[in-house]
Design a protein around this ligand. Structure first.
Ligand code: ZN
Ligand code: ZN
Ligand code: FE
Length: 761
């Protein structure tokens, strides 16, 4: 039988996930000769054997690849026969400055959990991992991904581990964080009086009894510390909120297993799949059976996750409760703590115990948050398990640094045609978060051999991210906030043409100096027009409305019905605001003092939430829209009327309808449902108008408001029914956490355009 030789190039997430040993075993099974090696762009396989065997081999590579790997590209070329004697794994090649994908952190696998019950040197060992699981991004300092370039470096492998590490057929072949009871990291439990416990058996029992007894413990996790307590104990959860200074934000719950999730929450198969995926994100689910009020403070959704570190499993084995609060270990808005000393300093007295371990967390990663809308995963906060996977775009992104926005920031760097988004950084408004931002930028630069030559920033001159990037003194592309939102969604969906873009958001400075956020654009990567926007209203007190959405309700009523109407109805709609304050706001509106104009969709949601009495004051970002969504009946098919003028949408009839429905004592769930339906119909009507004049059929939905499940779900379905191709976010957040991708894509396109047209940047 004639034999053939081929070279197979595989790109994607194929390093640090057990890919080479997988290929090795597969090649052996198909009696092929040749080798496999890691290189700059992925993995290259040389294979010699019968054509049939090679075909089968390639098929198996595609369909049996390790769970945490992701193949984005396979190319097969004919080669000249070299006559390899057998199949082997080559040593990692020296790396050039081309991108190498770094694996995100992976939840502990079932085989490792089994090893912890059977392997003598790994009995109950809480840092057990293998080529398919364990820490990755959180411990890597440099590439290539080798143990001495991770925070495992101080731990010398024992004989047994070394054998496993070097044996090609072993599950731990080249598993860089490989460790066991004899040679790996270990936990240490600290009590407020300074006493410590090292014996792991006692550590587990003490932590379990503290938590079951209502205590609060700080636990060092994979990407940072968590503050933990029994989620079924209202008193503990309430106490944890007080200690953390976190008034309202919902807290994430880790359940012992899927049965426990099902007892308290509703889930569809796609949600269950996400809960169980190796990325182990927090999945937003709706309540079935009541949990203590303080868990989500009256919202109907709960962020649920399943154990992902060996310690989580071991802890639940000892606990009576089946649900724990696992919220990021930080005080109010600071980044999650990763350092042992700092955690002891901040939590040592605040909690009943602090559990540390002696392996350093190098790259901080929060738990990721996702939800399912129309059966698809939607990432809300992109961090552990997702970062630093790259997004491929159609243009050359090399050397572009996109600084991101101000809130829920994430930045991005361009390498080749790949964009690497940073982990969730947070709100750039305290010194700790600013430091996290600049430190992560340095680390990304080093890890991905990234040297910026062009920066892409938001229009807003006061954003810290904008200032940070401008200080580099490099050529700059200013990208309008909402153009960046739509471009982000286009880039994620590989669209590169003119589209209709619907950007609904809280804020974002427009080129006219007003606060945009209810915008319908026609755009491509290069530029945009704005055929329609929400009617401008005043935002009395500027940023003050964010904490006091009632001000937006007053502003809308003032805008549509005037001051006299408001004076007459002060007690009826705003009895909770004293006359003095109320009059002051009216005066501001009348004189236009400290009242920037806004077309923000988020502010409209604020106004309706406040007017409904659902949320007049807030204690966390986007609380009013979240509460309005939570209250809404998803099945309401009736909306309020609205008017589309030449280039803007007026909501006067909406407010007339709302006031009428309040008079008639219509249930709030129906009113909120009708308002959501209205927003969906606004989108459909405006899109239809644009489609008629432009012939465009592709509609892109982006902006923070599309984290609203009802809005996104209904808008997508309605537009599809009307025959549009609808594109929305999946792996990249629709909120400002995804905006850097859009900034980068716009800058990449403009760079080419300017080069072709001999512009000077
Ligand atoms: Zn494993
Ligand atoms: Zn060992
Ligand atoms: Fe935004």
């Amino acid at each position: 039988m004639t034999e053939v030789a081929v070279r197979i190039k595989i790109e994607g997430l194929v390093q640090g996930v057990g890919f080479r040993p997988f290929v090795y075993k597969l090649a052996r099974r198909h009696a092929l000769r040749g080798n496999v090696e890691n290189n700059n762009n992925g993995v290259t396989v040389m294979a010699e054997g019968s054509q049939d065997a090679i075909n089968q081999f390639v098929m198996d590579i595609r369909y049996d690849a390790p769970p945490a790997s992701e193949i984005t590209f396979i190319n097969i070329e004919k080669e000249t026969m070299k006559g390899f004697p057998d199949f082997s794994i080559c040593k990692s090649h020296s790396y050039s400055d081309e991108i190498t994908e770094v694996s995100p952190d992976i939840a502990v696998c079932n085989a490792c959990l089994a090893d912890m019950k059977s392997q003598p040197h790994r009995l109950d060992y809480p840092f057990t991992n293998c080529t398919h699981c364990g820490p990755r991004f959180s411990i890597i300092k440099d590439i290539p991904y080798d143990r001495h370039k991770t925070t495992m470096q101080p731990f010398e492998m024992c004989e047994v581990c070394r054998l496993e590490y070097t044996e090609v057929t072993n599950r731990r072949f080249h598993a860089q964080p490989v460790a066991c009871n004899h040679c790996g990291p270990e936990y240490l439990l600290h009590f407020p009086d300074g006493k410590t416990v090292r014996s792991f058996e006692s550590v587990l029992l003490r932590v379990a009894s503290l938590l079951d007894g209502g205590g609060i413990v700080a636990l060092k996790g994979l990407g940072g510390f968590h503050l933990v307590c029994n989620a079924l104990n209202e008193k503990s959860v309430h106490m944890l909120r007080l200690k953390k200074n976190r008034e309202g934000k919902p807290l994430a719950v880790m359940f012992s297993n899927m049965d426990a999730v099902n007892e308290y929450l509703n889930s569809v198969p796609e949600e269950e799949q996400l809960l169980l995926s190796w990325r182990r994100p927090i999945v937003l689910l709706t309540r079935k059976k009541p949990l203590p009020f303080s868990v989500s403070n009256g919202l109907n959704t709960v962020g649920a996750m399943l154990p992902y570190m060996p310690f989580h499993y071991q802890l639940f084995e000892k606990l009576h409760t089946s649900a724990l609060i696992l919220t990021s270990g930080n005080l109010s808005d600071e980044p999650v703590l990763i350092n042992n000393e700092e955690a002891l300093k901040k939590f040592g007295k605040l909690t009943d115990a602090v559990l540390t371990y002696n392996r350093e967390i190098y790259n901080r990663v929060d738990d990721s948050v996702v939800m399912v809308v129309n059966k698809k995963e939607r990432v809300v906060r992109r961090s552990r398990g997702y970062v630093p996977a790259s997004v491929s775009i159609s243009q050359n992104a090399e050397g572009i640094f996109a600084a991101g926005a101000e809130l829920i920031n994430s930045f991005a760097v361009g390498k080749g045609n790949k964009v690497i988004l940073s982990q969730y950084i947070g709100d750039l408004k305290n010194p700790e978060t600013l430091e996290f931002y600049s430190e992560s930028f340095q680390r990304f630069g080093h890890l991905f051999r990234f040297k910026p030559t062009l920066v892409a920033v938001d229009f807003h001159p006061d954003y810290y991210s904008t200032k940070f990037a401008l200080e580099m003194g490099l050529p700059v592309e200013f990208v309008s906030h909402h153009h960046a939102h739509i471009a982000s969604c286009m880039a994620e969906n590989n669209l590169d043409e003119k589209v209709i873009g619907v950007s609904f958001d809280g804020t974002g400075l427009g080129p006219d100096g007003k606060i945009w956020g209810g915008e319908v654009l026609v755009c491509d990567f290069l530029d945009f027009e704005r055929p329609f926007h929400f009617e401008y209203v005043q935002q009395p007190g500027g940023d003050a409305v964010i904490r006091q959405p009632w001000r937006m309700a007053v502003s809308y009523l003032y805008h549509y019905f005037g001051a006299a109407f408001l004076k007459r109805n002060h007690q009826k709609w705003f009895s909770y605001i004293d006359t003095n304050t109320f009059d002051k706001v009216l005066l501001m509106l009348k004189n236009g003092i400290n009242c920037p104009e806004t077309s923000s969709a988020g502010r409209l949601f604020d106004a309706v939430a406040a007017l409904s009495g659902i949320c007049s004051r807030t204690s966390f970002h986007a609380e009013a829209p979240m509460r309005l969504e939570s209250a809404a009946d998803n099945y309401t098919l009736e909306g309020y009327p609205f008017v589309i003028h030449r280039d803007y949408v007026s909501f006067k009839p909406v407010f007339e309808g709302l006031l009428q429905d309040f008079e008639n004592k219509m249930p709030l769930s129906i009113i909120a449902g009708k308002f959501h339906q209205t927003m969906v119909e606004v989108i459909a009507s405006v899109v239809e108008k644009i489609a008629l004049t432009t012939g465009l059929k592709k509609v892109v939905l982006s902006g923070g408001s599309f984290q609203n499940k009802i809005l996104l779900g209904k808008a997508e379905r309605l537009l599809q029914q009307k025959g549009y191709e609808v594109y929305s976010h999946k792996r990249v957040p629709s909120n400002d956490g995804g905006i850097a991708l859009g900034q980068l894509a716009v800058a990449a396109r403009r760079r080419v355009f300017k080069r072709n047209n001999n512009f000077k940047n």
